[in-house]
Design a protein around this ligand. Structure first.
Ligand code: AMP
Length: 222
């Protein structure tokens, strides 16, 4: 991978397809900022304060946080100095209104996405994958207890933090998150499908294969 070029990449996909993992790995590889709205919201909840309780209620139920809250967050993040060196965006937009707002923001800065990756896998495997998922609340690294476990029990390999399951990764909330995805977020994929930078990436194969597919697309593109 080369850090010489600035890339702006958008990751779409239902819960559990690995978009968090891949968007983080590509960000690391190309020296880009990884912007994951779910991680930002969980960090906001951890800090406490005025909107934290409100945000937690939506996340714990598997519902989308209101657009006003998330749009404020994303505006601040995209306009930050760190985002100027390029970014991978994961978890936003989650509905058509957010997609239109993002399009307007990108246009007003004069930016376009170099790559839009819609990651997907069969739904029957995804629920099990999510229920077996562990995510570090400190550095956001994602593990899977079945096929990508931490080396030492529930201790994060990267930062040594003791990890717990995300409260919204229980089976009932996961099923609600899927319903919300079908209703609100699936139309976002159609919104972007016609763009020349849109690619479908299958993530149901062995770990690493989907990343190779994405790197191949980026390399072939020059
Ligand atoms: P994720 O980590 O992407 O699975 O997001 C976890 C939860 O954060 C979601 O189920 C939503 O409750 C909330 N969330 C993340 N991104 C957004 C967004 N763009 N709009 C509204 N809610 C969001």
């Amino acid at each position: 991978m080369s850090a010489e070029r600035t890339y702006r990449m958008l990751f779409l996909g239902s819960p559990g397809t690995g978009k968090g993992t891949y968007s983080m790995r590509l960000a690391e590889g190309f020296g880009l900022k990884h912007i994951a709205t779910g991680d930002i919201l969980r960090e906001t909840v951890k800090k406490g304060g005025e909107t934290a309780d409100q945000i937690r209620k939506f996340i714990d139920k598997g519902e989308l946080v209101p657009d006003e809250i998330i749009v404020q967050i994303i505006k601040g993040t995209l306009l930050s100095d760190e985002a100027k060196r390029g970014f991978t965006l994961d978890g936003f937009p989650r509905n058509i209104n957010q997609a239109r707002i993002l399009d307007d923001m990108m246009r007003s800065i004069g930016w376009e996405f170099d790559y839009i990756f819609n990651v997907w896998a069969e739904k029957k495997n995804i629920v099990d994958r999510i229920v077996n998922r562990l995510q570090c609340a400190n550095c956001n690294t994602v593990y899977n207890l079945v096929d990508n476990p931490p080396k030492n029990d529930t201790i994060c390999d990267v930062c040594g933090n003791h990890m717990r399951h995300r409260p919204d990764d229980d089976r009932k909330t996961v099923l609600r998150r899927f319903e919300v995805y079908e209703m609100d977020t699936a139309p976002v994929v159609e919104h972007y499908r016609d763009r020349s930078t849109f690619y479908e990436i299958y993530t149901g194969g062995p770990v690493g294969l989907a990343e190779k597919d994405m790197l191949k697309i980026i390399r072939e593109d020059g």
